[in-house]
Design a protein around this ligand. Sequence first.
Ligand code: I3P
Length: 126
Amino acid sequence: PDIISAQDSTVVEKEGYLLKAKIADGGKKLRKNWSTSWIVLTGRKMEFYKESKQPALANLKPGYKPECVDLCGARIEWTSEKSSRKNVFQITTVSGNEFLLQSDIDFLILDWFHAIKNAIDRLPKE
Ligand code: I3P
């Protein structure tokens, strides 16, 4: 029960800016388009807000919904083939959405990788 409630938690574990490119939606390839995103990681999901629309501001706007990624059963892996940029990792969701995340700042992208990987590893696989 304690573990379940920790997973369902909406407590923010990490937030900040990264470059993001969504490359597949429901298994269908998308044209790569990098943009800066404000990312909020909680126990079982990530939210991608548009740049300059930080959560506090975004929440004031009726109808604005960030893109939401369910981490349950998701995979995370470093990739050097899917971009010419350095420090890129990919998140693949059960629903077949694929995201690339990137930062030129080594410690920053490492922190994000481990935070997301820890969240995924704590969740049930489906
Ligand atoms: C893409 C754009 C991306 C680049 C991608 C290009 O062109 O330059 O930045 O990805 O390379 O196709 P366009 O804007 O015309 O769609 P990276 O920066 O990650 O290398 P790709 O085709 O090798 O994925």
